[in-house]
Design a protein around this ligand. Structure first.
Ligand code: AMP
Length: 634
């Protein structure tokens, strides 16, 4: 943990990037400052106005009720998020508009219009009902990134069941823990998932997880390869269940505060927690940001490169784009498979206008070099947004130059959020200058601050501390499922604020820089340095693709920095390279931040959502127990 709560800021970035005029002129959110102020001065009116753009079965009696640390939004209102995601568009002339364009890793393509998606969700919802699933029941979804995965989620919501999606790549133990934690009586899975041409035996993993569990009554299986080889008595065929069910299924009337889903955090630093989101506020808040931050228009094609196993996939593959009536592309498989140009090929082929991706994907593209980017027509791309980890200035600038045509057609910005926040809190919007290395400013609704360990605000520019949220917005999580004490801890470790667990600093213009998780802060000779700054300095060397740094105890300096580096394609490790990298960090940040040790690695350990796991590197280095590593990518 941060001791004094203060972080030194070393990197002196220059070179703001102005948004292209064509992007800024057409943006929905023209005046960020005014909207932000309005959301701070009149939060209830602000969010009620957004909520009024959507349809409710019964209006609210009160907009916001805060009984610290718990709270409610749209108190007394009745709704169902799927009504706004599906029925509203089917009945207002958009029945034949594409809702989903799904791409399989093997080149398969399927398009779901709002009409077709609505029918499919209704069929599957009726199917779940026929299996005895009722409002409030928990259902675990262990599905590949596919329309069927999204349909399973929406069908649960339709009938008021609470889904808990487990990323289809987690092993038996993680799946089992999550089924038990949710006390789920139905699990929905597929026979296989595909990644880099390999089959992942989801059904086999699922069978092992539920084999001795009486709790689970049915396992619904989407069979992609024909009839399953080893059916069990619990198995129900996904397609058959749909075929046997009606296309009509009125949406269950939900209280605005009724649970929509449970989702576990990525667990970069500790044991994952089951974050709970609700129907009403989540629908309103994620929709607001989809429109006003992602700036997706009626005729746009939006590509969200996350997975339904993560919060980004929940909010910005499935729920918000549908609530907004958008057309979303999503694709199963790896960014560089079956060939390193497939990302660009997809943009060109579908005329993608807006992208939501993660730094790990951009660094992967950068690793292969610009030759692939230059082969395709990327001019449809207007706005590329990135979240999940610090966006290294080098990766941002490379993307701006080669994917965005140096601003000739496109633009790239950062945004920060967590599973707990449901949607973005800090971002650079389409009209703000980009400051490489900085996420941006608080978005409307997000009352953020940087404080020391006593909770005192740090007002001095570029002096870092703990990143906190001071007031819950509608799409903020309501509790930790089955562990309300953990929720209380988030709000009461420093009374009065929600502790994000990240450290950040803010410049004189109000731009925030998130320098990493509090647990990853380095402490070198009395200087507290964020891991992100040293990593970004390493990545800014032309030979480096990715970097992670940790602190190692040292008698004299407190800690020394050890760096782990993967190189770009065509670069080889050598002692000269180590010297060159150290010199480079010295030039970028000064002598204090130079890693005492550097090690080359073919890949860095990451969570399955692509976040670097510094905790594991540190445990390995120091011979310590790494703790919970169930979220590690194998
Ligand atoms: P998760 O809840 O699993 O989505 O992880 C959330 C965490 O990811 C945050 O607390 C941050 O540590 C990190 N994160 C997300 N977006 C950013 C960003 N734009 N810059 C830096 N860190 C980020």
């Amino acid at each position: 943990m941060v001791q004094q709560g203060q972080i030194d800021h070393l990197l002196q970035e220059t070179g703001q990037i102005m948004p292209p005029a064509a992007l800024a002129e057409q943006a929905y959110l023209q005046d960020h400052a005014a909207a932000y102020q309005d959301s701070m001065d009149n939060p209830e009116e602000f969010w009620a106005e957004v909520a009024n753009e959507l349809e409710w079965f019964k209006p609210w009696d009160k907009v916001f009720q805060w009984d610290y640390p718990t709270f409610q939004w749209f108190v007394g209102a009745k709704c169902n998020i799927t009504h706004n995601a599906l029925d509203r568009h089917v009945s207002n002339g958009n029945k034949n508009k594409a809702a989903f364009i799904w791409l399989g890793e093997n080149g398969e393509e399927r398009v779901y219009t709002y009409g077709r998606l609505s029918q499919s969700v209704n069929r599957f919802a009726n199917g779940l009902r026929s299996l005895g699933v009722k409002k409030g029941d928990r259902v675990v979804v262990y599905m590949p990134l596919s329309p069927e995965g999204a349909i399973a989620m929406l069908a649960c919501a339709r009938i008021g069941a609470v889904h808990s999606v487990v990323y289809a790549g987690f092993s038996v133990g993680s799946l089992k823990d999550r089924i038990l934690d949710a006390q789920a009586k139905v699990v929905i899975t597929a026979d296989v998932g595909y990644r880099r041409g390999n089959e992942v035996d989801l059904k086999g993993i699922c069978d092992q997880a539920v084999s001795d569990m009486d709790l689970v009554e049915h396992v619904v299986v989407w069979s992609r390869k024909g009839a399953p080889e080893n059916p069990t008595p619990k198995d129900v065929d996904f397609e058959q269940l749909m075929a046997d069910s009606s296309i009509h299924c009125p949406a269950e009337e939900m209280d605005s505060e009724d649970p929509l889903y449970i989702l576990y955090t990525s667990g970069t630093t500790g044991k994952p927690k089951g974050v709970l989101h609700v129907h009403g506020g989540y629908m309103v808040g994620t929709y607001y940001h989809f429109k006003n931050f992602w700036d997706v228009k009626h005729n746009d094609v939006f590509w969200c490169m996350s997975d339904i196993g993560w919060v980004v996939g929940h909010s910005y593959i499935v729920y918000a784009p549908l609530v907004a009536g958008a057309t979303t592309v999503f694709r199963e498989g790896a960014v560089d498979y079956p060939h390193p140009g497939v990302f660009y090929e997809t943009v060109e082929k579908y005329g993608v206008n807006v992208i939501f991706t993660a730094p790990t994907a951009l660094r992967m593209l950068m690793r292969y070099g610009e030759e692939y980017a230059l082969k395709y027509d990327l001019t449809s791309l207007r706005f590329l947004t990135c979240a999940g980890e610090p966006l290294n200035p080098e990766a941002l600038k490379w993307t701006y130059e080669f994917i965005c045509g140096n601003g000739k057609w496109g633009h790239i910005v950062d945004n920060w959020w967590q599973t707990e926040t449901g949607g973005p809190c800090l971002a650079t919007t389409a009209t703000m200058p980009v400051k490489p290395g900085r996420v941006g400013k608080p978005l409307p609704g997000a009352l953020m601050d940087i404080v020391d360990r006593e909770g005192q605000p740090i007002t001095e520019p570029d002096k870092g501390g703990l990143l906190v949220i001071k007031r819950p917005f509608p799409h903020f999580y309501r509790t930790v499922f089955g562990d309300p004490e953990r929720y209380d801890r988030d709000w009461n470790t420093i009374p009065g604020v929600y502790l994000t667990g990240d450290v950040a600093l803010r410049d004189a213009d109000g731009y925030y820089m998130v320098v990493g998780r509090a647990d990853d802060v380095l402490n070198v000779a009395g200087h507290r340095i964020g891991s992100a700054e040293v990593e970004s300095a390493l990545v800014s060397h032309a030979a480096v693709a990715e970097a992670a740094v940790i602190g190692k105890p040292d008698d004299i300096r407190g800690e020394i920095i050890k760096g782990f580096v993967t190189l770009r394609v065509g670069q080889d490790p050598s002692d000269e390279m180590i010297d060159a990298l150290k010199l480079h960090v010295r030039n970028e940040l000064g002598p204090i931040a130079v890693p005492a040790e550097l090690e080359f690695m073919p890949v860095l350990p990451k969570t399955r959502s692509g976040k670097i796991m510094r905790r594991l590197l540190k445990a390995n280095e120091l011979g310590l127990d790494p703790g919970d590593i169930t979220t590690l990518e194998e």
